[in-house]
Design a protein around this ligand. Structure first.
Ligand SMILES: Cc1ncc(COP(=O)(O)O)c(C=O)c1O
Ligand SMILES: N[C@@H](CCCC[NH3+])C(=O)O
Length: 437
């Protein structure tokens, strides 16, 4: 289950990815190391694109918050995807990667004036307006710049998805979007129509992340389409587009049972069609924004095993050379991961250990109680499904330099993000003159 894309166990009994032995990758590029399987990443893009286009007019946009860097944004473009961005930094990355800006959707619940100006100047295709304040601000900036902008409104549909509390977003009590059940959403649409510099193309919702139940997506799509009917009845407006967000779940750990992208496409697209028929609405163009499901399974992280400690009768701790700095998800969400020893991938399980990170924090535990072959210093641990929200949420906590990221394909490895150096760590530090004695 954990071997995806081009991953396999090779003749040496080592993990291989992109046609390269992971042990050799660790030796050449050092650890910790983020490794992205190019074919895996591309296949994931294609699976979503094909699944949705089979049902009609649709656009899959890659949620770059899950993993944004020039090379991967460029690959998403080559695969014909649009791009979801949430900050000036992500817009800048898209721009520098030469991404067609008309296929960029700009999200966020508190976009700054500077970011909105940047979006307008760079020709971002859609700005997904989150709230009344932003609607007025954007209309004002557009009037100042004399530029009309296509927008969508983010709607909070009041749909509870079954996922971690911190990554649910569709429930009424959420910081995101115009709430639907209390009438804010209709008011938002009415106001957007009065903004003469804004052109309302459609509505967006995103109910959360790491979701396995297609019923949640079906339900949310139904609620949104009911609202499209309300908008038509109340305001005489038929919207062109519907953006159902991201959130498609992936396998991290036993019990995670991801669906096929085709199931998601069916849940969303058939519901749109049924509701369009029921209300006699035109079929909107459907947009979806998978992030984790594209980047997540395509990535692994390699670590070198260092120290060990045994608490007799309780637990064996083995520590790696990274941790919450390169993967904050276990500490933040209690996220669980699967791992193997890349250099002993064919060896039988011998002991149960817990994998500790090297940060000065008791909570910096990457994996609790995992069964592995005998673990020795120098072994290479490969943690699976680390492509999404690892590099993206990494930090320099404890002044640890961030690892490098390599893209592997057909036996070749290329650095796509350089390893940080100690000089990088202090590059923005300023020592005031008076302290330089
Ligand atoms: C608006 C929006 N779209 C898309 C995504 C991508 O979600 P995921 O990575 O779960 O597919 C997110 C993050 O949850 C989001 O907030
Ligand atoms: N960062 C979260 C997902 C949040 C998605 C962004 N809206 C995670 O690692 O699971």
């Amino acid at each position: 289950m954990y071997l995806t894309g081009t991953m396999r166990i090779n003749e040496k009994g080592h993990l291989e990815i992109g046609g390269i032995d992971a042990v050799e990758l660790a030796a050449e590029f050092k650890t910790p190391l983020w490794v992205i399987d190019e074919q895996g990443f591309r296949e994931n893009c294609r699976r979503f694109k094909e699944a949705f286009s089979a049902y009609g007019d649709s656009l899959v946009i890659y949620a770059s918050k899950s993993l944004s860097c020039l090379a991967l944004v460029k690959i998403a473009e080559e695969e014909g995807l649009g791009l979801d961005v949430v900050s000036g930094g992500e817009i800048f990355t898209a721009l520098k990667a030469g991404f067609p800006m008309d296929k960029v959707f700009f999200h966020g619940n508190n976009k700054s004036r500077e970011e909105l100006v940047m979006a307008l100047e760079t020709g971002v295709g859609r700005i997904v307006v989150d709230n009344f304040y932003e609607l007025e601000l954007l209309n004002h900036i557009c009037s100042e710049m004399g530029k009309k902008q296509d927008i969508m409104l983010r709607i909070t549909p009041g749909v509870e998805a079954h996922t971690h509390e911190y990554i649910k977003t569709g429930q009424i009590d959420s910081k995101f979007g115009f709430t639907l059940p209390d009438g804010q959403a209709l008011e938002g649409v009415r106001m957007a129509l009065d903004c003469k510099w804004l052109n309302l193309k459609g509505l967006h919702c995103h109910i959360g992340s790491q979701i396995f139940e297609m019923a949640s997506f079906r339900h949310a799509t139904g609620v949104m389409m009911d609202f499209y009917a309300t908008v038509k009845n109340e305001l005489g407006l038929e919207l062109d587009e519907l953006d159902m967000g991201g959130g498609f779940g992936i396998f991290y750990y036993k019990g995670d049972e991801p669906c096929d992208p085709k199931d998601w496409a069916e849940a969303v697209m058939l519901t749109v069609r049924e509701k369009a028929d029921e209300y006699n609405l035109k079929m909107p163009r459907v947009i979806v924004e998978p992030g984790r499901a594209i980047s997540g399974p395509a990535g692994i992280t390699l670590y070198t095993i260092g120290s060990r400690k045994e608490v007799k009768g309780i637990r064996k701790y083995v520590a790696v050379d990274g941790g919450m700095g390169d993967n904050p998800r276990p500490a933040l969400y209690g996220a669980k991961y699967t791992a193997i020893l890349a250099n002993k991938a064919d060896k039988p399980v011998r002991e149960k250990v817990s994998i500790a990170g090297k940060c000065c924090e008791s909570g910096d535990m990457l994996i609790w109680d995992i069964e592995l072959p005998t673990v020795e210093p120098g072994d290479i641990l490969a943690v699976f499904a680390t492509g999404a929200y690892n590099y993206a949420m990494s930090s320099n906590y404890n002044r640890l330099p961030r690892p490098a990221m390599v893209l592997v394909n057909e036996g070749k490895a290329e650095v796509i993000v350089k390893r940080e150096t100690y000089e990088d760590i202090i590059r923005n530090d300023v020592l005031p003159e008076r302290l330089r004695k």
